[in-house]
Design a protein around this ligand. Structure first.
Ligand code: DGL
Length: 263
């Protein structure tokens, strides 16, 4: 039994979810794959995001022997997941799994009447949150707004310009009388407090790192054929496709002290 859990994101932002999952389920072995070379995915075409995501999943299966991959990137989940599940997996790895992060957040969002979704251009263009939320509850009103400059800013590690950008991106939600706001991008939990402050106490912030660990555990319970194959040495490996200047600092800040492998 040497199979691991893969977690994929376009950059290092997915480390926040990785930290939450691995603290909740510490016994398993994890491999994190951050595509720092090709970040951001948010303003890339559907086909590019699909191809890059498939390549990352393929790497995690073939080279790292993952039994399951969590696509922690919302843009990749909304652009690439369906095709991977319906075409790539049956043709290449019928006994492995790939899951995303959109549905757990949509399940929580669908319990509210008026919901905002802050996400990348790609996620908003795909309409994936609206579709998933309204599948669960057709009465939930969904308002979406893209925030194209947040991810590059967060990955650069400089949050000094966050406030004016957030005020601009959250402005379209202000007259909607929202009950909740979905942080529809892996990177936005880094700005959760600032976003909460601007939205005010009446708006519930739905943040994926608070939801995914329990949902992932439930998934493994429902899929013993995967869970039984997972190794339990409590190891975590971080892979990136390109070294970035502040990579060590960000990993330390978002995850903890950790070696990083460049592939
Ligand atoms: N982390 C990705 C997401 O959740 C997007 C970041 C990017 O634009 O690459 O949508």
């Amino acid at each position: 039994m040497t199979m691991k859990i893969g977690i994929f994101d376009s950059g290092l932002g997915g480390l926040i979810i990785t930290k939450a999952i691995s603290e909740f389920l510490p016994e398993y072995d994890y491999v994190y794959f951050g595509d720092t070379k090709r970040l951001p995915y948010g303003n890339k075409s559907h086909d590019e995001v699909s191809e890059f995501t498939r390549e990352a999943v393929d790497y995690l299966f073939r080279r790292e022997n993952c039994a399951i991959v969590v696509i922690a990137c919302n843009t990749a989940s909304s652009r690439a997941l369906r095709q991977i599940q319906q075409e790539y997996l049956p043709a290449n790895f019928p006994d492995r799994k790939v899951i995303g992060v959109l549905i757990p957040a949509s399940e929580v969002a669908s319990t509210y009447e008026k919901v905002g979704v802050l996400a990348t251009i790609g996620t908003v263009a795909s309409n994936a949150f609206q579709i998933e939320i309204n599948k669960l509850n057709p009465n939930t009103q969904v308002f979406q707004n893209p925030a194209p400059e947040l991810v590059p800013m967060i990955e650069n590690g400089d949050l000094s310009k966050a406030e004016p950008l957030l005020i601009e991106y959250l402005e379209p939600f202000m007259d909607k009388n929202l009950d909740a706001l979905v942080l529809g991008c892996t990177h936005y939990p880094m700005l959760k407090q600032e976003i909460g402050k601007i939205m005010g106490p009446k708006v519930q912030i739905i943040s994926q790192e608070e939801i995914i660990p329990q949902k992932f555990k439930d998934y493994l319970v429902r899929h013993p054929e995967i869970e039984n194959k997972l190794s339990r040495d409590a190891n975590i490996k971080i892979l990136v496709t390109k070294p970035t200047e502040n990579m060590t600092d960000l990993v330390k800040k978002w995850f903890g002290k950790m070696g990083i492998n460049i592939i």
